[in-house]
Each structure stands twice: as structure tokens, then as C-alpha cells.
Ligand binder design. Structure first.
Ligand code: BJW
Length: 279
């Protein structure tokens, strides 16, 4: 169990500035973040659906998050799949088609740049869309799996544990296992299912960091939402970038209330200035 520190009294909440650049406001939160990032910083980033919002992918709990009036909690469970695999696969097939047409945005690109620049960088993503990988991000930990992987629902002996399948759309819904003819399921983590132990262990290791950035997640879904508390307990400087404040806000050193794609670009611009002596 992770220790939770009390809320930080000196946490800095930054709200959006009217029409202007956040970075123009003097020693603002963006400078505070940029000042922290050094060439040898151990940086861990946790991303959620908000990072892919600017790519056009609906978030889970935002206004466009509903699919045919179903909430994700009603579809992303083994029970829902057991009950109605066709319905659940229709949702995933629709999302796969949608995601296949989307491109990484500036938030993915800046994080990819940092993953290549800073040797002690880990990106833990709750997103299953694969956009971090498509942006060439190094050291990605896929906390909730991948929508581009599938598993045999029966766990048949003839099939690999999981495999990549980028068929879009599937010619037949629900799709079947090429090895045993039974159903296949998406290679994602549903409610009530445990996180892969290797993934959990890599994520726990990455909590030993200097800077922990939580970006574009509502910090509602466990155990991902607890990762920031683990980093905090390890003494990391904790930062949230989100268009709204979340449940994690009172545990943060810095809360930047602004879109990820804009904020990361501005921080990167600040680092570009510092970068010459920093790298
Ligand atoms: C922007 C932006 C912009 C917009 N810039 N920001 C403890 C307490 C209570 C409950 C639990 C608990 N522990 C476990 C549970 C149960 C459950 C849970 O957490 N339930 C909650 C709903 C309360 N957790 C689980 O069941 C987990 N399993 C588990 O714990 O198992 C225990 C176990 C152990 C051992 C053996 C067996 C069992 C599994 C959770 C799996 C979650 N799966 C999903 C679906 C993945 C597949 C798929 O994609 O279909 O993961 S659900 C969905 O939520 C998805 C996401 O990764 C996840 C998180 O959502 P995210 O990314 O935060 O999205 P949103 O929409 O919520 O937020 C977007 C944010 O972006 C918003 O804040 C916006 O403001 C912001 N934003 N535009 C910056 N431009």
C-alpha cells in the first residue's frame, strides 16, 4: 500500500490565462516545471485520454465519451463480454477504425522528444490507442494494454498469449481465434481485471523519480490513479497538466490547468532556450 502524504500547502494552481501564453507571465508554473527538468532528471510521465483528445479521440468521461448511450464502465468488463461479445466488439471495432485515422498530436510529439533526450525517462500510459508509440516514444509502459492486440478468450493452447492484429474493420463481428475457432477479445485491461504483474513492477520502479507528470487523466481509475501518490512518497516533484482539476490536485506540487498539447509545447520552448547549456 502506498503512503499518502498530506495535501501540499504550497501547491501552485495555475489557471488558464485569457487568450495569452502561460509562459509570458514571468516566473510562472511553466518556468517552474522547465527549471526542474535537467539533463539527468529521472522523469516519469503518466498519461490518460486527455493527451489524445487533440488527436480527435474522445475521452472516456468527457461529453463525447458515450458510445450509443453506453458508459465505458458498462462495456469494458469481462462480464459485458461474456454477456454480449458482439456489442463489446462493435464498440472496439468502431474505436479501432476511428483511432486508425488519427495522428499523434503535439503532446505526443513533445513527450517522444523527451523520451529520446532524457536517458532516465519512463512514460506510463493508460491509453490503449498506440499514439505514443506512433510518435516514436521510447520506454513506454502500457498500463491498460493495447487495442491493437488480441487474446484467445478461451486461452487455447495453440495460440500465443496475445498477438497483434491491426485488421480494420474486422470482416466478422465478433472475430474468432485463428487457432481454435473460439472468440478472441481485445488485449486491454477491463474493470475487475488485474494489471499485468510485469507492467505493474515496471511502473512501481519508475515511481523512484525526480519529476512525476500526470497528464490528461481524470485520476479516477485505480490502480493508475495511485501512482502519483507513490511518486510523491518517494519525494518526486509532482505535476498535473489537465484542462480541469482532478482528484489528485491536493497532492500536487504544481497543477497546470491548460491543454496538454499547448502546455507541453510551451515547456519544450522554454527548454529549448535552456537546452543549450542543459544538454
Ligand atoms: C485534457 C485534455 C487536454 C481533456 N489536455 N487534459 C479502489 C477504489 C475504487 C475502485 C477501485 C479501486 N481499485 C480498483 C477499483 C475498481 C476499478 C476502478 O478504478 N474503478 C473506478 C471507476 C472507481 N479498477 C479496476 O477494476 C482495475 N483493476 C483492478 O484494480 O483490479 C484489481 C485486481 C487485482 C488482482 C486481480 C484481479 C483484480 C482495472 C481498471 C481498468 C480500466 N480500464 C479502462 C478501459 C481500458 C480498455 C479500453 O480503452 O477500452 O481504461 S477504463 C478507462 O478509464 C480506460 C482508461 O485508461 C481509464 C482512465 O481514464 P482516463 O484516461 O483518466 O480518461 P478520462 O476520460 O477519465 O479523463 C480524461 C481527462 O483528460 C479529464 O480529466 C479531462 O479533463 C482531461 N482532458 N482534454 C489535458 N487537451
Amino acid at each position: 500500500m502506498m503512503r499518502r502524504n498530506p495535501p501540499k500547502p504550497d501547491a501552485h494552481l495555475c489557471t488558464p490565462l485569457d487568450g495569452g501564453s502561460l509562459a509570458k507571465a514571468g516566473r510562472d508554473p511553466l518556468h517552474r516545471l522547465a527549471d526542474r527538468i535537467k539533463a539527468d532528471s529521472r522523469i516519469t510521465v503518466l498519461t490518460g485520454a486527455g493527451v489524445s483528445a487533440a488527436s480527435g479521440i474522445p475521452t472516456f468521461r468527457g461529453p463525447d465519451g458515450l458510445w450509443k448511450n453506453f458508459r465505458p464502465e458498462e462495456l469494458a468488463t469481462p462480464e459485458a463480454f461474456e454477456r454480449d461479445p458482439r456489442l463489446v466488439w462493435e464498440w472496439y471495432d468502431w474505436r479501432r477504425q476511428f483511432i486508425a485515422r488519427c495522428k499523434p498530436n503535439r503532446a505526443h510529439e513533445v513527450l517522444a522528444l523527451w523520451s529520446q533526450r532524457y536517458p532516465k525517462f519512463t512514460l506510463i500510459t493508460q491509453n490503449v490507442d498506440g499514439l505514443h508509440e506512433r510518435a516514436d516514444t521510447a520506454n513506454v509502459v502500457r498500463f491498460h494494454g493495447s487495442i491493437w492486440e488480441v487474446l484467445c478468450w478461451n486461452g487455447c493452447a495453440a495460440s500465443p498469449k496475445r498477438w497483434r492484429d491491426e485488421t480494420v474493420p474486422f470482416p466478422k463481428i465478433p472475430p474468432h481465434c485463428p487457432h481454435c475457432g473460439g472468440l478472441i477479445r481485445p488485449g486491454v485491461v477491463w474493470f475487475g481485471e488485474g494489471i499485468d504483474p510485469v507492467v505493474l513492477s515496471c511502473s512501481q520502479d519508475a515511481l523512484d523519480c525526480d519529476i512525476f507528470l500526470s497528464i490528461g487523466t481524470s485520476s479516477i481509475v485505480q490502480p493508475a490513479a495511485s501512482l502519483i501518490h507513490g511518486a510523491d512518497a518517494n519525494g518526486a516533484f509532482t505535476v498535473e497538466i489537465n484542462v480541469e482539476t482532478t482528484a489528485a490536485a491536493s497532492y500536487l506540487d504544481l497543477s497546470i490547468q491548460s491543454p496538454a498539447e499547448k502546455t507541453l509545447e510551451e515547456v519544450e520552448n522554454l527548454l529549448g532556450g535552456l537546452g543549450k547549456k542543459n544538454r
